[in-house]
Design a protein around this ligand. Sequence first.
Ligand SMILES: C[S@@+](CC[C@H](N)C(=O)[O-])C[C@H]1O[C@@H](n2cnc3c(N)ncnc32)[C@H](O)[C@@H]1O
Length: 301
Amino acid sequence: MKLKELINLSKKNLQQNKIKDSNIKIKLLIEHIFNIKKEQIILSYDNEIKKEKILEFNSLLDKLKNGVPIQYIINKQEFMGLHFYVNENVLIPQPDTETLVEEVIKYCNIIRKNNYETSSTNCKENNKKNYCKSKKIKILDLCTGSGIIGISLCKYLGNVETYASDINAKALDIARKNAEDNNVSIQFIHSDMFNNIQEKAFDIIVSNPPYIESGVIKKLSKEVQNEPKLALDGGRDGLRFYKIIAENAKEFLKQEGIIFLEIGYDQKEKVEKIFSNYNYYSNIKCIKDLSGNDRVIIIKK
Ligand SMILES: C[S@@+](CC[C@H](N)C(=O)[O-])C[C@H]1O[C@@H](n2cnc3c(N)ncnc32)[C@H](O)[C@@H]1O
């Protein structure tokens, strides 16, 4: 069988099984199995495919038909222009989470600029060498999963002291691998929320916690249901983890430290209310994602 024939047959097969985005998924499978680039596929249409490769392809096609996300089959997903290894132990990185990371980057650039302006005046006054070196920003990525948030921040900010935690030891193994592959240094902590976090005085706590209501999970697509329940389930009202963060974050933040949280599109008012119940939080604001949905809540201590 030629490659073109294999592609056409499998496209039909996926469409009959109502699998969305069949074109893209088949291209990704071809790239993965034949170890070729997207642009080479069309040039290889007339290549004769060996029987064992057809068998391998068909077994992965069956996984797709059973709702296994393509990212778990090819073990990769891009996020913030970086490459991440993923498998069934971690949530698949979502484009909406880039809004969260971008907000943290914007904020850090502003505080660095302000620090620089203040310290350069002091530098002249004190005439001390190295006084102007910008201070490391200390970050905690809570519920890190595959590590995408902490790793992207290290990569794009540089000069940060980053800690990342998760309750799932298997997710932490993947996050460690991703940090190594992306050449960044992060301290990983196995912890149920704040329980095992020994460090204090963070400048920033950032988190994309599980936020789907328990009862809604079984109504989601087969693909989402193949992601770890631990990464999705935010308790009966979807707000369990925001309540834990509101209750505990103060103790782990510097004075004027900031919390950045991803939220569900309909959770703005509820999450804002949780934090406004505590008098030590202020300046609560919400940022929309690229689709215009409420996506990030920012809270100042
Ligand atoms: C929505 S996923 C986010 C993963 C990653 N940060 C991202 O944005 O793709 C939530 C993560 O929270 C972790 N988690 C669930 N319960 C937790 C708990 N009690 N303490 C710490 N982490 C928890 C899950 O294992 C999962 O990795």
